[in-house]
Structure formats: C-alpha cells, structure tokens
Design a protein around this ligand. Structure first.
Ligand SMILES: Cc1cc2nc3c(=O)[nH]c(=O)nc-3n(C[C@H](O)[C@H](O)[C@H](O)COP(=O)(O)O)c2cc1C
Length: 452
C-alpha cells in the first residue's frame, strides 16, 4: 500500500507532571496510544509514527505503527524532526497528534485531513475560539520543521493565510492530559459525554488572572439563571447575586477584599449574598415580622448562598470561563454592604471573580479521598495517614508550582510546608485569620442577622 497520510505521535516525554508515561495511560481500558492509533486508522491514516525516547517502555503491538527512537531530554520539536526524517517518500499529508489529545475523535481528524486535501497548507481544530490539536499539514509545509530552531507553532504562525480552522465541539482538542486530574476527567468523559459535568468538576482550578474580554450580558444572565436552580432550603431562595461591572465599584470592592488585583482585572466581580430581605418583606406582607435572630435562618441563607455560588462557578467553567471565590468579601461586611447598596438582612457571604482566564494554575488536587469519604461510620483511625497524604499533596503542588510557574502569584511557595502546617498556622491558637474576622459577628448583627 502506498503511504500518503501519516500521523506523527510525539510520545517521548517522561510525563513528569502526570507522574506516568502518557502514551501508556489507561483510558477506560485502552492505552492512550492504542486509542490514538485506532482513531487515526478510522480517519483513513495509512501509517502512525510514534516517537519514543530511548529507554522508554515498550508499546503494545499495533497495526501500521512504527516507532522512531530519539535520545532522552529533547523537546517536542526534536521529536517532530526525527519523525520528519523517517517519513516515507510518498507521504502527502501529515497529522501531528500529541498524546495529550488522545480523546479527539476520528471525525475531527477526518475533517482536518479533508481540509488539507482540499488545498489548505495547515488545518487545526478550534474549540470555543481556541486553537488546539491535532494539526494536519501538507508534507512540504511540515518539512519546514527541519531547521533545528523551528517549532511547530512557528510553522502555524509563519503565514496566517495558509492556516484553515476546523470548528470542533470536542473540548479535548484544546484540553491537555497533563495532570492526574486531567486523567480523571478524561476517564469520566469516556464514560459519559465528551465533557461531562463530572469531568468538568475534576478540572476545576481557581483562576486569579483574566483577559479583558467582557462577559456578554446574555451569557452572564444565563449563568446566574442556571446557578439559582440549585437546591434551596424549604424553597426560601435566601440569596441575591450582585454582578459588579462598574470599574469604580469593582475597585472599591477590591480594596475592601484586601486589594486582590484580580477583582479589578476580572470583567465581573460577583457578590454572592445571603438574603433575608425578601423573606422579611414577605412576612410584612402577611402582617408578621422576620425571626431575624434565628441562627437556623442565618445558616439556611448562608448555605443557600454557597450552593448558588458553587453552581455559578461550575456553570461559568462549563462555558470556558474561569472563576475564583473571594472569602475576603467578609473582611468588612458593613462597608461592602454599603458599597453595593444592600438592604437590611442581606450580607455578602463571599465574592467571585469571573472572566476568561489569563493564567494556567497548577491544579491543587485534594487530600486523599479517605479523609473525606466514609461509609456508615466516620473512621478516625485513618486521620494520621490522611494528614500525611494531605501534607505530601501540598508539598508536591508547591514543587510543581515553583518549577513550572516560578511560584504562586509571583512568589515562591515553601516546599517544606504541608497542609497541616498551613491549617495550624491559619486556625491554631495564634490564628491571625480568626483575629482578622473578629468584627464579623458584630457587623453581621448590624446588618440584620442573628445567631441566637
Ligand atoms: C468560600 C471561599 C472563599 C475563597 N476566598 C478566596 C479569596 O479571597 N482569594 C483567593 O485568591 N482565593 C479564594 N478562594 C479560593 C481557594 O483558595 C481555592 O478554592 C483553594 O485554595 C483550592 O484551590 P482550587 O480552587 O484552585 O482547587 C476561596 C474559596 C472559597 C470556597
């Protein structure tokens, strides 16, 4: 058979962030590389060239697949150059298919190859306006990777006129399989929709830098409307959402929230409020008055607000936005209530920045599941083991954040400190956190909430 279409799978990295060889990741019973090869074959690719580093684990035997070996420690472009030298002379089209995008389906690869066949020099998929992988190229264009300095993105950027985009509804053209959370999201997605709600939850990260793009008002309304369909105690709907877009009001909120820069930067700062004002009005309408001192009512309103807030963050993330909750909105309850013209019986439970993310934070992961999930009875015998796991997780996050982002919010993180150190510092006897919120109860009382 004459080989005309070749898929190149660069799989020479160690998968350090993932902690595993990405080509061999188990994607619901199939290895990532086997899935890619099957996808390529279904899309009419004649041969798959997998680039592996010398000494890497052997791959499962797969039809029409060749392995090209490169020395360890090289970059993606080195792998592509090695593959370029190994292409059959008859090759007309190449599709570069990184293992990170193993969940891309044959339909996308077919569409990309068809675009190149129709004359495009380069075709790449676009998910919600963001370019992704795999990338299909004419053979002669791919050969531009030969000079040692050339990168794949240089080929794409060199002449925008020769690039065609193929819109894709599959988020995995853009999302990477980089961290263990990504793998869990991928496995969920394989059990459900390409991007299930559960997969989205696994991919959560708080974002603290945003692009200037505004959130169109219909989108913001839709997100809040969806969020308020959260469960609500006895249908009391004891919350209100104040979306702050005005630059001066946002700046005032940022100042009241400890000067957090991303509140100013985000197109929207959302004040998620516990709201008994409407219930007070309902009571007034029926000739009675609100049990404002009820601790139970305070809790119900606060829990209601938390549920709506979490729903809003998830909805925003599902639409490609990023968000960060802002507990610092409780630093000065009276002042922020005044800034937002809140009526009596309403307080800001927490804030939230929302926007198109401009950062790529290392996921924090979570403490071992054992520390959270119990069956039938709470099992305290695991606590020490759980704390060890939580400490190790925090140190690993610090190490990765320092190594890949140069630190957290511009500052190196102490890699020796674990989760328990942090909790002891925050909430131990000398807690500055508790001291910082000393006025909270008093100010909430003045806003019309009680704790009796
Ligand atoms: C109620 C609440 C308040 C928070 N307040 C802040 C805040 O004021 N500033 C901030 O940068 N992050 C804040 N966060 C984000 C947490 O720091 C973050 O969720 C946590 O460290 C876990 O990281 P992840 O969300 O990226 O997984 C808050 C989160 C919650 C739930």
């Amino acid at each position: 058979m004459t080989v005309r279409t070749v898929a190149i799978v660069p799989a020479a990295g160690k998968g350090e962030r993932m902690g595993a060889d990405k080509a061999l990741l188990d994607l619901a019973g199939t290895s990532a590389i086997a899935r890619i090869v099957a996808t390529c074959r279904a899309a009419g690719v004649d041969e798959v060239v997998v680039v592996r580093r010398d000494g890497a684990a052997a791959l499962p035997a797969m039809a029409a697949t060749r392995v090209v070996v490169v020395p360890p420690g090289g970059e993606m472009a080195d792998s592509l150059r090695a593959a370029n030298s190994a292409l059959p002379a008859t090759t007309e089209r190449v599709v570069v298919f990184p293992v990170d995008h193993a969940l891309v389906e044959a339909e996308t690869v077919l569409a990309l190859l068809a675009t190149v066949e129709r004359g495009a020099a380069i075709a790449l998929p676009l998910f919600r306006g963001r370019p992704g992988h795999p990338i299909a190229l004419r053979r002669d264009v791919f050969a531009e990777i030969s000079p040692a300095s050339a990168l794949l993105r240089d080929l794409v950027k060199r002449d925008p006129a020769r690039v065609r985009v193929v819109p894709s509804a599959n988020p995995w053209v853009h999302a990477d399989l980089d961290h263990p959370e990504d793998l869990r999201a991928a496995v969920c997605a394989l059990h459900g929709e390409p991007w299930s709600t559960v997969a989205q939850m696994f991919r959560h990260r708080s974002h603290r830098a945003y692009l200037a793009d505004p959130i169109p008002p219909p989108q913001l309304e839709r997100l809040v409307d969806a969020a308020r369909h959260a469960s609500t105690s006895s249908f009391i709907q004891a919350y209100a959402i104040v979306c702050v877009q005005d630059a001066a009001v946002k700046a005032q909120c940022a100042r009241l929230c400890g000067g957090q820069e991303h509140i100013v930067q985000a197109p929207v700062f959302v004040a998620v409020c516990a709201d008994l004002h409407k219930i007070a009005a309902a009571c007034g309408r029926h000739g009675t008055s609100l049990q404002a001192q009820s601790f139970e009512l305070f809790l119900q309103a606060t829990i209601d607000a938390a549920l709506v807030g979490q729903n809003l963050q998830l909805a925003a993330e599902a639409e490609g936005l990023g968000a960060c909750m802002i507990g610092a909105a409780r630093n000065h309850p009276l002042e922020i209530a005044q800034a937002l013209a809140l009526p009596p019986h309403v307080f800001v439970a927490f804030g939230m920045t929302i926007g198109r993310p401009a950062d790529d934070p290392v996921p924090r992961g979570r403490m071992p599941l054992d520390g959270v999930l119990h069956f039938d009875r709470y099992d305290t015998t695991r606590t020490d083991r759980v704390l060890d796991g939580a400490d190790a997780g925090m140190r690993e996050w610090a190490r990765r954040t320092n190594a890949t982002r140069g630190g957290y919010l511009g500052r190196p993180v102490d890699e020796r400190k674990g989760w328990s150190d942090r909790m002891a510092r925050m909430w131990g006897a000398d807690s500055s956190y508790a001291a910082a919120r000393a006025v909270l109860a008093d100010e909430l009382r003045r806003l019309g909430f009680g704790f009796a």
